[in-house]
Design a protein around this ligand. Sequence first.
Ligand code: GTP
Ligand code: MG
Length: 602
Amino acid sequence: MHNTRNFCIIAHIDHGKSTLSDRFLEITKTVPKNKMRQQFLDNMDLERERGITIKLRPVQMEYEFDTGKGVKKFYLNLIDTPGHIDFTYEVSRSLLCCEGAILLVDATCGIQAQTLANLEMAQEANLKIIPVVNKIDLPNAEIDKTKEEIVKVLNIKENEILSCSAKSGQGVEEVLKKIIKEIPYPKGDSKRPFKALIFDSLYDSYQGVIVYVRVFDGKISAKDKILLFSSKKTSDVKEVGVFKPELIKKERLSAGDIGYIVTGLKKIEYSRMGDTVSLAENPIDTPLPGYKVPIPKVFANFFEKDIKGSENLKQKVEKLKLNDSSLEIQELPWKGSDVLGQGVRMGFLGLLHLEITKERLEREFGLDLIVTTPQVRYKINFKDGKEKEIFSTQEMPDQNLVESIEEPYSQVEILTPSKYLGQILKLCTIKKGKYVSTDFLSEGRVRVTYEMPLREIIIDFYDKIKSISSGFASLNYKILDFRRNDLVKLDILIAGKFAPFFSQIVPRRKAESEGRRILIKLKKLIPKALFPIALQASIGSKIIARETISALKKNVTAKLYGGDVTRKNKLLKKQKKGKKKMTLLGSVEIPKDVYFKIIQRD
Ligand SMILES: Nc1nc2c(ncn2[C@@H]2O[C@H](COP(=O)(O)OP(=O)(O)OP(=O)(O)O)[C@@H](O)[C@H]2O)c(=O)[nH]1
Ligand SMILES: [Mg+2]
């Protein structure tokens, strides 16, 4: 245990965590040279395509180090974490497995909102923080200024801060040495009863449930029988091992280790994130504290386009949840539609989280999904004194029964170079924010705090802040409470038919412009038919905006003159394939991705 170090890398998005991990993997020869690729630990296709980390990723490295009393081999358990705010739960779970954290700060943009948010979590978890300035190879790196900011935030001396280039490798070995010297070795006792924390899991179709654990006390091997504390379920362990980063079988795991257990469980509901694993023959009395379940911020209903297989959507989503415990899954309060089947409602930590979840379900489970307009939860106060929380506009009662609507407010912190402050304050006012405070992080960098409807933040606030500040400002937010606002339900009618999927709750003053925005978008997205299609927006029975999609004039094949039958057939086939991706509302065909596109701003 004295030769083990458990640490994670935390930072704002894109500050170079996964790239620094690459250098560690190289120096410690964990990954052979010919297998190495950029951001090696980002092994999900989605992560590689988007260039961001979505999941925490543990890896064990071995490193020989001269302690002054001779060369010793150290086991370095690293967890690379995501930086995007929607994946904060991955960070908080990683922290509880570690004794230390590298706080990485990009020298070209300094401390950002998630630098502070993640640091705060690491301090709460009592971790040893090792601050490192990264990207010092870049010509626009402001190393001294970045150090100054770190000094102020961490209240340390400047010479305690390391600097490196994760790209070139300069200074990286110093970081490894500091980890060994300064991060405490894990405390625990391998003679005490086995006790381990589940910090992640996945479902393997052959092996069943595999849990990722940090062992705090005791030992475990493939001969043991585990007991899961909260479900009280026991099971014969099939295998234990460590991350290299692929799963490598080991004889045993003992106190201080980070590794995996193939539980032998086929049912997913027995294993819960943050639960404590112990041994059936020597159970523990008190579990580890575990994790606070994160509060979902946006909700959307998911439906399967082509219902296939015996497993329903909910069962598939539950399997994904094993690997993404921040997902909240709810049964829909009504019986699903004939066309789309029984849907599932999910709660997410933000719009990116929603988008990624949809993609993962489609790729990993071969699903074809329709997603309703994402929204926050609302509290409806009825005229008869009753109240109800709703998660989708389809549940919204008749406007006439409603006394008022309350919506979640959040506290938003924006970190920005002071030259953009004026424009940012203006944006916050437009978004109906209530000013709270301003403070200076360093010369030329300000933190402003506002209270604002969550609804305003989740949609396009982040993008607006980024564009105002040429990418230099960043934000963090947390939910405060519910507050009453003048909100109404905006309905959309297509060819005279009520289209519940497009309904939205909006401020009364914005209803008309929002209604028009949706209609114009629908006009572009719904394919023309042989008849004109009327589009209308309404509040209750009052029509507040209208548009028309003109009728299709020509047959699609008309432009192909001559008798090229193959081309003609090809075109018809293509059209037919396109049709499969449609849903029908009355006689109007609606492409399935329209539901999602409606919320995205241009
Ligand atoms: N020039 C230079 N570029 C770097 C350095 N470190 C990282 N980068 C680049 O910065 C970008 C982001 O790097 P990542 O390692 O993916 O950042 P990350 O912190 O893991 O990002 P998330 O996990 O999505 O939060 C990539 O294009 C890297 O090549 C560095 O030291 N110098
Ligand atoms: Mg990364």
